[in-house]
Design a protein around this ligand. Structure first.
Ligand code: SF4
Ligand code: SF4
Length: 379
């Protein structure tokens, strides 16, 4: 039976973090000795070159603690991830997030999944019948999924299941964003990836998370004081959604509906309530049918504000090629925009605002009235 272990941990004290993770591994029945001399991939969330204090990437202390635990049984440990823009940016991310320092200290490898590093595998997903993943995954015996707890403008929250999207090479990340143009389809696509990979171990860094308009610079750091460990990424996400008040999370809903997990999995440890401020991208309190029928109205649209430095990072990140520099300004072609919020995710200057149309706001009020739900104002 899948098991989730919850541990309270207020600081990034390595000794403490390591002890708590070791205790959790025992609680979930993870057999470390099974991985003697095996090749281990540590998969953090490395969205970009952000320092640990920004709470955008998995904290290096958590990675160091996990690497030390596995070093007891094997020397073949690699920290690897990729974002969506460039090899140079990912290389810088390894430095700035503290991963290079950890790797040097423990004499382990770091690696970036390059755009051209890809393999195709047949899958039985709802959206994907064939899946494209980083080819170098074949070089590892175990994926240890080590996400950061963050809100996400597109998927509402990113934790253990969504972190696996980082195993898709960048060209296909873009393709998958376009394929999953609406929120429900994208959530099912993420569940397809989870179903295909099913990592045997997930360890969530929720000591300090990110709330509001995450997962990038527009999110707000949030002290949460937790580490969650599980042999099932979906079970972990269900628990963390309960803790943070994200009960409408579509990836969880579809995972349950598709029978990928039963609700009666085991939870060890006290489950506190630590409400996270929701992202403003879309209201998932709306019924999926309303989201699908009125998608272009109910989503918030990106607008460039006066903080823009014209660094062009958003232009490079936009999978729909909807952004360009015109007459000294960044402009968005609304007919091409798929509301994926990759631009906001990658903007280092908080220069992108999000606004919903008048009709969208009206629909939400009407929906809440019909459902007798109070309307919560987005800040
Ligand atoms: S990433 Fe941000 S600052 Fe850079 S061009 Fe885009 S909106 Fe402007
Ligand atoms: S403009 Fe922004 S939200 Fe629209 S498709 Fe491009 S990256 Fe996505």
């Amino acid at each position: 039976m899948p098991t989730v272990s919850i541990k309270k941990c207020k600081t990034y004290d390595k000794k403490k973090v390591k002890k708590l993770i070791l205790d959790s591994l025992k609680e979930i029945g993870f057999n470390l000795n099974k991985w003697k001399n095996k090749r281990i991939l540590l998969k953090p969330n490395l969205l970009g070159p952000y320092p640990p204090k920004d709470c955008i990437t998995t904290h290096p202390i958590v990675i160091e603690a996990v690497a030390e635990i596995f070093k007891k049984v094997t020397k073949k440990i690699t920290i690897a991830d990729s974002s969506d823009i460039s090899f140079e940016r990912d290389t810088k991310a390894l430095e700035v997030t503290g991963m290079k320092k950890v790797a040097k200290k423990l004499k382990i490898n770091t690696f970036i999944f390059k755009a051209e590093d890809m393999m195709h595998e047949k899958t039985h997903g709802k959206v994907l019948k064939e899946i494209c993943l980083a080819k170098s995954l074949k070089d590892f015996d175990l994926i240890v999924n080590i996400p950061k707890l963050k809100t996400h403008m597109l998927t509402e929250m990113t934790a253990a299941v969504k972190n696996l999207f980082g195993l898709v090479p960048s060209f296909y990340k873009r393709k998958y964003h376009i394929l999953g143009k609406n929120h429900t389809k994208f959530a099912n696509l993420i569940v397809d990836i989870f179903k295909h990979i099913k990592p045997e171990l997930s360890i969530l860094d929720a000591i300090e998370g990110l709330e509001g308009d995450g997962p990038g610079k527009t999110g707000i750091p949030k002290k949460t004081g937790l580490i969650l460990t599980s042999d099932n990424a979906l079970a972990l996400d269900l628990v963390v959604a309960d803790i943070t008040g994200f009960e409408n999370l579509l990836t969880n809903k579809y995972g349950l509906e598709r029978g990928l997990i039963k609700k009666n999995f085991k939870v060890i440890g006290e489950k506190p309530k630590i409400p996270y401020k929701k992202p403003s991208g879309i209201k998932l309190t709306l019924a999926p049918i309303v989201i699908n029928l009125f998608h272009d109205f109910v989503v918030k649209k990106p607008y460039i504000n006066e903080k823009c430095q014209k660094c062009m990072k958003c232009v490079g990140a936009c999978p729909a090629e909807a952004m360009k520099l015109k007459n000294g300004k960044i402009v968005i072609d609304r007919s091409k925009c798929i509301y994926c919020y990759c631009c906001s995710e990658f903007c280092p200057y908080k220069a992108i605002d999000h606004k919903r149309s008048f009709i969208g706001n009206y629909l939400e009020r009407l929906h809440n009235k019909l459902m007798k739900r109070p309307t919560k104002k987005c800040s």
